[in-house]
Design a protein around this ligand. Sequence first.
Ligand code: ES4
Ligand code: ZN
Length: 319
Amino acid sequence: MPTMPTVELHLHLEGTLEPELILALAERNRVDLPYADPEDLRSRYEFTDLQSFLDLYNANLDVLRTGEDFHDLTAAYLARAATAGVRHAEVFLDLQSHTGRGLRPEEVLDGVTAALDTSRERGLTSGLIVTLMRHLPPEGAVEAVRQVLDSGAEVLGIGMCSTELVRHARDFAPAFGLARAHGLRLTSHAGEEGPPQHVADVLDILHVERVDHGVRAMEDPALVERLAADQVPLTVCPLSNVRLGVFPSLGEHPLRRMLDAGLLVTVNSDDPAYFGGYVDENFRQVTAALDLSADHLRTLARNAVEAAWVDDARRAELR
Ligand code: ES4
Ligand code: ZN
């Protein structure tokens, strides 16, 4: 029995929107959708790159209209995570994608945190990370951080996602600086579709503590040396990388080489409703494809616990 990870650190709540839930929410909110049934929708989940995925991912957000919808989305994810053996999850929320459609930040944040609180009472701890959208104007990112701070909602950190091929990390320095000044933890997507330099940029300019994806860092030996020396956690998502064409197959995924280079890598699911599996499935498939050893698996499990933003007492429990 391989050691399964019990900590999930790279998961977009919106990416857990399963076709069945999309159709149920559409009916509840009287949203007209062009899909006949869940299978019809699922058959469109063939992506050529990150942007082709983001287009469908963003279009499907239209069914999320109320705080209750965000509660139900989060509760459904947490129930699925518990069956995967997850004991601690740090989850991303694209707040700007919802306020941009006219929702109030408090309504979205309260819906999500209510579900996280209920699950915490049952032993699954969590943290909420609001992800700033790199494709939107940076002024909106500052506004989103202000909304998080003003809401009083329990938010653990700030991240950044969406396409990496527009704007420079420095454009988001004001938003990340504001978050840092208020004690929020920091992470960012980088080195997924963008070059290794993007990984260095988010570390040097935004002062992030973790990097989401970071797989293309492997193209730069000096950067690999730095990431290994500093033990910067990289939240890797194998099934996502293959579905979005970052690597041609799981067998060609660099995860094993990253482990062997001494990088602090973790295995995560990204957008499991779209990419073919939750964290347990990512673990199973990558273990088989790369013939990972018991030692590799133990290291992956330990890395996730060490990279989690939890206090010492919870870290000791998770070990
Ligand atoms: C994402 Cl795979 C990926 N990359 C960047 N941003 C994202 N948002 C949701 N999934
Ligand atoms: Zn992601």
